[in-house]
Ligand binder design. Structure first.
Ligand SMILES: [Zn+2]
Length: 215
């Protein structure tokens, strides 16, 4: 589905198989955010086809974090597509996966700060809590925030998986709440669209979920 000119969401709506939402930033360079599980890549493939973008035309894959339901599909988007994620997160998931690890080496690592791709400027925001070194991608010119598994529509990422921390997740969500956002584009569930809806969503998450994170 088109979110706005230059941005499409491939929302995962299957109820029996877990996979993440993927996003396409379709500008003079093309970025896929979180390609999902390798064996469930069909929604990305279909979404790219609908956008008339071939796999080889994707310039960059960005992973918000290392969980396989977000990351594995990078194996399908091979070269010439570049692949980037956080270095600490890459090391964390490699260690966790042990002998099952089959993710290629990133072409470059994402750090807190600016990321310029083609003519567009993004900000990488370090948001630990769901995993030790999750990142969110903020696109200030579009007021769009890709949140991975940090915050969802009416929900938050799990903190009970290895390396999770409720206190860190709360702090990460509060950092995101300070941004000027009209499109909150989460790793699971439906996008939150409109500045008021985004603000209300941050407040709902604080009210409902934060007490659980303090236990
Ligand atoms: Zn996750």
């Amino acid at each position: 589905m088109k979110i706005f000119d230059g941005c499409r969401a491939f929302i995962w709506r299957h109820y029996q198989e877990n996979n993440c939402n993927a996003y396409l930033i379709d500008r003079n360079k093309r970025i896929v955010i979180d390609p999902g599980h390798e064996h469930l890549f069909r929604h990305v493939r279909q979404g790219l086809e609908n956008a008339s973008v071939s796999l080889a035309a994707v310039d960059l894959v960005v992973a918000t974090h290392g969980h396989p339901d977000h990351l594995e599909g990078v194996r399908i988007l091979g070269k010439p597509t570049l692949f980037a994620m956080n270095e600490e997160e890459y090391a964390y998931i490699r260690e966790l996966a042990g002998g099952y690890f089959r993710i290629p080496e990133p072409d470059f690592f994402l750090r807190e700060g600016d990321l310029n791709v083609g003519s567009d400027s993004f900000q990488i925001i370090s948001t630990p809590g769901h995993t030790p070194a999750s990142i969110c991608l903020y696109w200030p010119a579009a007021k769009a925030l890709f949140t991975g598994d940090v915050i969802f529509n009416q929900g938050i990422g799990r903190t009970d998986l290895p390396g999770g921390s409720g206190e860190q997740l709360k702090a990460s969500i509060e950092r995101l709440a300070e941004l000027d956002v009209e499109f909150l584009l989460p790793g699971h569930g439906e996008p939150v669209i409109g500045k008021q809806a985004v603000e209300a969503n941050f407040q709902a998450v604080r009210d409902y979920w934060f007490p659980y994170l303090s236990l």
